[in-house]
Design a binder for this molecule. Structure first.
Ligand code: AOF
Ligand code: ZN
Length: 355
């Protein structure tokens, strides 16, 4: 029904307000409707905090609408949970408040839930509908669904290249390819992912901070490939303003890993991989085990190529600047490592800014 779509769109919009704060949990929104009016709504705001349904039911109750719940429909973007995790099961809360109907966008693939939330509500006599705006829901939580389904974080490769297809000069000297607006966008993107990853050479040559400066939001965890632990501790990357994970061949961390740990300043943590073809895969598994659900790969050329070669990537964000340099390090499409046939969808946009 048209109205159902409208309410679910609102639930999806609210879910998105959790972006950057709820990972590794999914973004979830909930709108409770009684006779064509919203009587309560909410979203999952913070990892470890109450789920969307709790906020929405509390909202309805605090506005004096508790008595209307048994005649209302809840639009929830994800199957209400059935497990006791950091919070009690949402399906049980919905049952105890006797909601009439629940409309859901996506099933929860979490093995702790996986259909049990729905089954429990149906058993209790609640009318349940599944799959409204399902593709929008999958897109919103692409990180969560990739992590659950493929047992690895969602991978975004990002690079800037010149108009003639180079990443920069062979010498490794810095070249400003992208403009101010693109830089702001990149910093916004950094706030949206759990981790930002670079290779050894980029760390050494550019000494990047990998924090968020040109946008408002949280800093991602930094991940650096330093196979033989040779990077100097004086690099910005090792300052204790953000957490850093060092992927290497020699040593594993003994410290406990959790999202809480990664949100505080601390000594670097170590992730050991075995040398060879499976390095990227091992690293991604190790990052997922450390509750990292998405990785923003910012280079350099060797690292990007390694990801492209393994096929372990989900999205590419390529910025093409106006500079022409004639020769240098070839960008991935020019090297042939990225085949046009691998691209299922291509956005074309131009970003103009005045100097
Ligand atoms: C819901 N509503 O708003 C969210 C759900 O550790 P916990 O208790 O926070 O549980 C996290 C899991 O709960 C998460 O992996 C996912 O399966 C589900 N998330 N479920 O009913 C919500 N965020
Ligand atoms: Zn829940």
């Amino acid at each position: 029904m048209e109205a159902d779509i409208q309410w679910m769109r609102r639930a999806l919009l609210l879910a998105g307000y959790g972006r950057g704060n709820v990972s590794p949990n999914p973004m979830v929104g909930c709108v409770i409707v009684h006779e064509g009016s919203i009587i309560g709504e909410g979203w999952h705001r913070q990892y470890g905090g109450p789920h969307a349904e709790v906020w929405a039911i509390n909202d309805a109750e605090s506005k004096g609408n508790a008595h209307l719940l048994p005649e209302s429909t809840a639009y929830v973007t994800l199957e209400p949970c059935s497990h006791t995790g950091k919070t009690p099961p949402c399906a049980d809360l919905i049952i105890s408040k006797k909601l009439k109907k629940v409309i859901i966008c996506n099933n929860d693939p979490n093995p702790l839930v996986s259909g049990r939330g729905i089954a429990r509500m149906v058993e209790a006599g609640i009318e349940v509908e599944i799959g409204l705006l399902a593709s929008e829901g999958l897109a919103l939580n692409k990180r969560f669904f990739t992590a659950m389904g493929q047992k690895r974080p969602y991978v975004i490769l990002k690079w800037a290249e010149t108009a003639d297809g180079f990443l920069g000069p062979e010498t490794g000297d810095a070249l400003r390819i992208s403009g101010t607006l693109s830089n702001m966008r990149v910093h916004q993107w950094r706030t949206e992912e759990d981790a930002i990853l670079i290779g050894y050479k980029t760390a050494l040559m550019d000494n990047p901070r990998l924090n968020v400066r040109n946008w408002e939001g949280r800093d991602p965890v930094r991940v650096v490939l330093d196979r033989h632990l040779q990077l100097p501790a004086t690099l910005h990357l090792f300052n204790k303003i953000q957490s850093t994970i060092v992927v290497n061949y020699l040593q594993e961390s003994t410290l406990p890993d959790s999202p809480e740990r990664y949100s505080v300043s601390s000594d670097p943590s170590y992730l050991k991989v075995n040398p060879g073809a499976g390095e990227i895969e091992q690293m991604l598994k190790g990052l997922l085990a450390r509750k990292i659900q998405s990785v923003f790969v910012e280079g350099g050329a060797a690292v990007i190529s390694a990801f492209l070669q393994t096929g372990l990537w989900d999205e590419i964000r390529r910025c093409q600047g106006p500079a022409v340099i004639g020769n240098g390090v070839k960008a991935p499409i020019a090297t042939g490592v990225l085949r046009e046939s691998e691209i299922v969808e291509k956005d074309l946009w131009t970003h103009y800014s005045r100097i």
